[in-house]
Design a protein around this ligand. Structure first.
Ligand code: FMN
Ligand code: SF4
Ligand code: SF4
Length: 403
């Protein structure tokens, strides 16, 4: 009998029908968006952050998408009140079936830890399948402290990095609800692995990361004091996301999986936008992925094709479940001292070479020269086989020879 492909992943009592979840952000703020995600085959959605007491840092959204550099950046953002998010949870549950997992993304900013539990319980009563704790947002107190402001209460990424406060928050929520609790952290602060470990130890069902880094957006150096944002004065450290983030986000997941072991349920995110980026996240340790920026740029209807491609890919590779390839990259990620390096040299195909001169200028290369007529030559005895010329040549005229 032919074995069929199973895309589902299990997080405690909750089953995601596939590993794709709409990440908390501006595409999960109203019920039409949730319905569209559902209709396009997404396994679930995390609602936009609800914060209490309200308002905290709350502005109308001001975003920039630098398409050439492939990053998105923002600081000004609109959050939901608990009341708005609860109404959205109820509407969302009515508009979707039980196979669509809805998780509120919450932060409590009051003085008492019990407030976290009270907030979580309200969402459980409103139909949440799981509760997602926002311990990741770098645009809240972490942003303030990074620019020299003193902040009283820790929220978002600052709270996620505080290994004394964190257990109290997790325990307050876990003791208040029966549904799984997901702790979402930021790599900012460098405590991703430790914080995740602490969260699981104190009762969270799953952990995840936002991948986001705080950065300063590209400015116009002729008008350096003008904000790059439209209808916003000043720049700030901004939360960066999108495809440029992928290598860093892969590292984030890898470190979490290494620290947490096989059993932990991990949700990764950061630049996932297609089959390849999703599979790579799974291969370094993600059970599921949150996707936000791509849904902002392209909506939700790119997923059906990705799901189709994923099934075809798994068939080709002989994988039947997500667990057949989760973590497999770990076997080939070695420490810097354990690399196997092969000898070799670069060779130029003088017919393909268009004499553009790009490779002649490589600053660290002593092997490439050219004749007066412009014929490119590579001296194998001087070639260190570094590969730069191959990556630079626009005409595919250079290849590597082993030996
Ligand atoms: C505009 C914007 C708003 C976001 N808001 C939230 C949020 O409210 N809560 C949260 O946990 N993550 C939030 N995120 C983070 C995303 O859910 C996601 O984890 C991160 O951006 C990395 O994935 P991506 O590259 O697919 O966007 C936001 C991201 C963006 C770009
Ligand atoms: S592989 Fe590196 S060292 Fe060799 S020719 Fe190319 S750029 Fe020069
Ligand atoms: S970059 Fe390629 S095409 Fe240009 S000179 Fe070098 S080998 Fe020739």
């Amino acid at each position: 009998m032919k074995q069929s492909i199973d895309l589902s992943v299990r997080m405690g009592s909750v089953t995601f029908k596939n590993p794709f979840i709409v990440g908390s952000g501006p595409t999960v703020k109203n019920v039409d968006q949730i319905k569209e995600a559902h209709d396009n085959g997404w396994a679930g959605a995390s609602l936009k952050l609800a914060i209490e007491p309200f308002p905290y840092l709350n502005f109308p959204p001001r975003y920039r998408w630098f398409k050439k550099e492939r990053y998105h950046i923002f600081t000004a953002e609109k959050r939901l009140t608990t009341k708005e998010a609860l109404a959205l949870m109820e509407e969302g549950r009515r508009a979707t079936g039980d196979d669509f997992i809805l998780m509120p993304n919450i932060t409590y900013d009051g003085e008492d830890y019990e407030g976290w539990g009270r907030m979580a319980k309200q969402f459980e009563d409103a139909g949440a399948h799981a509760i997602e704790l926002n311990l990741c947002c770098p645009n809240m107190s972490f942003n303030l402290s990074s620019t020299g402001e003193s902040t009283g209460k820790k929220t978002g990424a600052s709270l996620g990095n505080d290994l004394d406060e964190l257990p109290k928050v997790i325990e307050a929520v876990v003791s208040a609800v029966k549904v799984p609790v997901v702790a979402k952290f930021s790599p900012e602060g460098n405590r991703l692995a430790q914080s995740s470990y602490v969260a699981l130890k104190h009762g969270a069902t799953a952990v995840g990361h936002a991948g986001n880094r705080l950065g300063i957006p590209d400015i116009d150096i002729r008008r350096p004091l003008q904000s790059v944002y439209r209808l916003q004065d000043q720049i700030t450290l901004g939360c960066m996301s999108g495809p440029w983030l992928r290598p860093l986000a892969l590292r984030d997941t890898y470190q979490m999986r290494r620290a947490l072991g096989k059993e932990a349920f991990i949700i990764g995110s950061g630049g996932v936008s297609d089959l390849s980026s999703a599979v790579q996240q799974i291969m370094v340790g993600s059970d599921a992925v949150w996707i936000c920026t791509e849904t902002m740029i392209r909506g939700f209807d790119f997923l059906p094709k990705v799901l189709e491609e994923l099934e075809a890919y798994m068939k080709d590779m002989g994988y039947f479940t997500i667990y057949d390839f989760r973590d497999i990259l770990h076997a080939n990620i070695k420490s810097a001292q354990d690399l196997t390096i092969h000898a070799g040299y670069a060779k130029v195909d003088t017919v393909r070479c268009k004499r553009c001169g790009i490779c002649w200028k490589i600053g660290h290369c002593e092997a490439i020269s050219h004749t007066l007529e412009g014929v490119t030559e590579i001296d194998p005895s001087l070639c260190l086989a570094c590969s730069t010329c191959i990556d630079l040549c626009p005409y595919g005229a250079i290849s590597m020879i082993e030996g």
